[in-house]
Write a protein that binds this ligand. Structure first.
Ligand code: GLU
Ligand code: MG
Length: 439
């Protein structure tokens, strides 16, 4: 009897390395696996983006479960006889079914629950992604050019179609400023779903690119001196009835009191947050002056170099600004898990609300020009200038570590310092290459 191809399904999660890892099983066992998941082990969280485990606090010990969560399955069926890719997002739990301390999706859930319980607030979010399409055509002068879309139109349509088919509600798609660089945005969604979407989007993009002989890379930087790939996190606050509460036309920048305290919490802890939102060696070569990313810990109005940017909304008599008004956090990239990124922002914002911090001043122009004294007076911190500096800032910020808890804090610092050491003697071109491959 001829062998029949057997369909496989995967359960996976997004880990400290921002990688999507998991285990597969025959599709016929789907219902059983939906209930019980697959086995997992604590040390797996220590696998870095280079596929190595320099050190682990867990050793070979322990058993966990990777169990599917209530999020739409990803199904990539191109209808042409090629294998259908089918996977489910999961969370890592203990054998008793309790959230595991190092599961980043449950960390985000906890952050959102605390925000809702303590402040009666929810988050609406969207991750804006840039990526590099290796193998795409290149032409001098092609930034934002129609020709850059035409040259890979089939990939583009299939990518957007795959996002739509998997519930991601694509919003815009464009060739970016960098060569072979593209950007894609999806509609905002409740925070947990927004982070699920970000995990799915990166993998869907990689899968579709591969079909067309391209390689999509979300590495923060692909080539030195060429525009980096950001992952800008847009967010706004809702009350318990899902009414938008970030906009207040009476306040500076039209930022409500709650929105101001939330932003101030982020800025207060920004040096430690960077270790969680921009967590690769190469991330700090993206966060440079004049590169439309972020260089200072400031709040800016429609300023594409501010760390937190107040975004514009359509100015028309029949458009209510309240649901459109949102802020964008720009010191983030795809080396981080979207769950960890958003959890860090939510915890920091919640801390700002707890302490009733006043809204940060809105900068005009480049904070560089203000000089160090004025910046200090305005509470504008320097972002860390390297991963090592960011990790030191994280280690010395007890408040941020308390959000993560002792086990995750220790695992995270060990994981990232191991990565740093592995790349310590590599030159920048080699580091770019390694990250381009990893992400
Ligand atoms: N490529 C820029 C970054 O690294 C962002 C450009 C933009 O969309 O404003 O964040
Ligand atoms: Mg962009």
């Amino acid at each position: 009897m001829a062998i029949e191809r057997e369909k496989l399904v995967y359960i996976c999660y997004s880990d400290i390395a921002g990688q999507v890892r998991g285990k597969g099983f025959p599709a016929r066992d789907l219902e059983k696996r939906r209930r019980f998941g697959v086995g997992w082990t604590p040390t797996n969280i220590m696998i870095n983006c280079l596929g190595r485990i320099p050190k682990t606090p867990f050793g070979p010990l322990g058993d966990l479960h990777l169990v599917p969560v209530d999020s739409q399955d990803v199904v990539l069926d191109f209808g042409d006889g090629t294998p259908v890719e089918h996977w489910l997002l999961g969370e890592v739990r203990t054998l008793d079914g309790v959230d595991w301390e190092c599961c980043l999706r449950s960390l985000l859930r906890r952050a959102l629950t605390e925000l809702e319980n303590e402040m009666g607030l929810r988050i609406l979010a969207s991750f804006e992604h840039e990526f590099y399409l290796e193998g795409a055509e290149e032409r001098s002068g092609d930034a934002y050019a129609l020709s850059s879309l035409r040259s890979n139109a089939v990939f583009s349509e299939e990518f957007i179609g795959a996002l739509r088919a998997n519930g991601l509600e694509p919003e815009t798609y464009l060739p970016e400023y960098g060569t072979k660089q593209y950007e894609v945005t999806v509609d905002p969604a409740p925070a947990l779903e927004a982070a699920d979407r970000a995990v799915k989007l990166r993998e869907i993009c990689r899968a579709v690119a591969r079909r067309h002989g391209f390689r999509a890379s979300f590495s923060p930087l692909v080539t030195r001196g060429v525009a980096g790939n950001g992952v800008h996190v847009h967010y706004s606050l809702l009350d318990k009835e899902d009414r938008p509460v970030t906009w207040d036309p009476q306040q500076p920048g039209e930022l409500s009191e709650a929105g101001g305290s939330f932003a101030a919490g982020i800025l207060r802890h920004i040096r430690a947050l960077c270790a969680l939102t921009a967590p690769s060696v190469i991330s700090y070569d993206r966060l440079k002056p004049n590169s439309w990313s972020a260089f200072w810990g400031n709040l800016g109005l429609r300023d594409r170099e501010a760390l937190l940017r107040i975004c514009p909304y359509p100015q028309a008599a029949d458009v209510d600004p309240a649901p459109c008004y949102n802020l964008e956090y720009r010191a983030s990239d795809a080396a981080a898990s979207p769950y960890l990124q958003l959890a860090a922002l939510v915890f920091a914002g919640l801390q700002g609300l707890r302490e009733k911090l006043p809204a940060p001043p809105i900068t005009e122009g480049d904070p560089e020009a203000l000089g160090p004294e004025k910046r200090q007076e305005m509470g504008i911190l320097d972002l860390p200038r390297s991963l090592g500096e960011a990790l030191d800032a994280l280690e010395s910020d007890q408040t941020v570590l308390s959000w993560l808890g002792p086990t995750l804090s220790q695992a995270y610092l060990l994981h990232k310092r191991g990565e740093l050491e592995m790349l310590a003697d590599k030159d920048e071109a080699e580091i770019c290459r390694v990250y381009t491959e990893a992400y």
